[in-house]
Design a protein around this ligand. Structure first.
Ligand code: PLP
Length: 363
């Protein structure tokens, strides 16, 4: 299916017409035209609001993984210590990525249906391991969970851990991501989740402390953050700027800010609560355990007994509904509803749940 009648995939999500319209221009060269720089600066200011930060924001051409890799490579040297807080596919994945670039990694790992809550264990690990960086994932999209991060930020500040790296790809814009208040040095975002833009842009909110480290590490590569430090001041980007991509991010962030972030967050909470309540009423089991924090942007549900994931997917698709499967140990066992950004829409989610109810009733 090229387009979905009832889109519920947790990214890329349905792109609203106003955002699509931003692609319909034959833009000039972003290397030459001041209008591009103005657009980049305004988009940065918008993203700062979404991230509740005064930190500079690097906007890169590429998917979320580009930002995840670039931020690690730009700040870590082989042998440096990383404390990875892992509760799902991306948390464990980031630990492996840090290892792949030579870091010494200690992982505090939880099952995929849990969220961070044992602050004593994290505190003890910081004291004993003395990491240069703590990594965490805010919303674990494959498991539909949301890790509380304020306490990690407090511990980071208390013990002077230099860097706190947070993958907030599927939470930024849909729920508070308090970059400054939580002491996040590298906050990573993507275009195709809550922002509801096409999957071609990534961004990183970089703290002053992180910029200093980026200078020291001096990593050179396509995904390097360093050239962005002076890019705006010198009007010199490391590669041809993606005017189309930045334009979509600008419109997408404008839409969220015009709605008002408090309203946007409430919309996500409301839709997610409705989704969970109806799925449970159908007798389906949600993935997050009762004491874990479910995400307001995505809900993960166990595939019911008596049907395989491919067959369930086929039945949904025959009725126009497309949801996400899952990954890693959850593959084939869990399906997911992405009610983020344009899809955090009560009417749309109701349609999706009606289909699911119909299919489940027929089992
Ligand atoms: N981090 C999280 C939590 C995600 O959900 C995703 C994508 O699903 C990514 C990172 C990677 O983003 P991308 O697929 O744009 O590379």
């Amino acid at each position: 299916m090229e387009t979905y009648p009832i889109p519920m995939v947790p990214g890329p999500v349905r792109v609203p017409p106003q955002v699509l319209a931003a692609l319909q221009k034959d833009y000039g060269s972003g290397d030459l035209e001041r209008e591009f720089l103005d657009l980049y600066n305004q988009t940065e200011a918008n993203l700062q609001q979404l991230c509740a930060t005064r930190n500079r924001i690097v906007i890169q051409t590429g998917e979320g993984m580009l930002a995840l890799w670039g931020a690690l490579k730009s700040t870590l040297r082989p042998g440096e210590r990383v404390l990875a807080l892992a509760t799902g596919v991306f948390g464990y994945g980031i630990a492996e990525m840090a290892q792949a670039i030579g870091a010494e990694v200690k992982t505090i790992g939880l099952p995929y249906d849990a969220t961070l809550s044992n602050w004593d264990e994290i505190e003890a690990a910081i004291l004993e391991f003395k990491p240069k960086m703590i990594t965490a994932v805010h919303c674990e999209t494959p498991s539909g969970t949301l890790n509380p991060l304020a306490e990690v930020g407090r511990l980071k500040a208390k013990y002077g851990v230099p860097l706190f790296y947070v993958d907030a790809v599927s939470s930024i814009g849909g729920t508070p991501v308090e970059v400054d208040a939580w002491g996040i040095d590298l906050a990573l975002g993507g275009s195709q989740k809550v922002l509801s833009a096409p999957p071609m842009m990534a961004f990183v909110a970089v703290s002053e402390a992180a910029w200093e480290i980026i200078e020291q590490v001096d990593y050179v590569g396509y995904d390097a953050l360093k050239p962005f430090r002076q890019a705006q001041a010198r009007f010199e980007f490391p590669y041809t700027p993606n005017w189309h991509g930045v334009a979509t991010l600008k419109v997408a962030s404008d839409l969220l800010l015009q709605e008002g972030l408090t309203n946007v967050f409430a919309r996500h909470e409301q839709v997610a609560a409705y989704c969970r309540q109806r799925l449970q009423a159908m007798g389906l089991r949600l993935l997050p355990r009762p004491d874990a924090v479910p995400s307001p942007t995505v809900t993960a549900v166990y595939v019911p007994e008596g049907i395989s994931w491919p067959e369930l997917d086929a039945r949904f698709r025959r009725r126009g509904l497309v949801v996400g499967g899952s990954y890693g140990p959850l593959a084939g066992k869990v399906f997911r509803l992405g009610h983020m950004g344009s899809q955090a829409d009560l009417a749309l989610v109701t349609q999706a749940l009606d289909v699911i109810e119909d299919v489940v009733r027929g089992l």
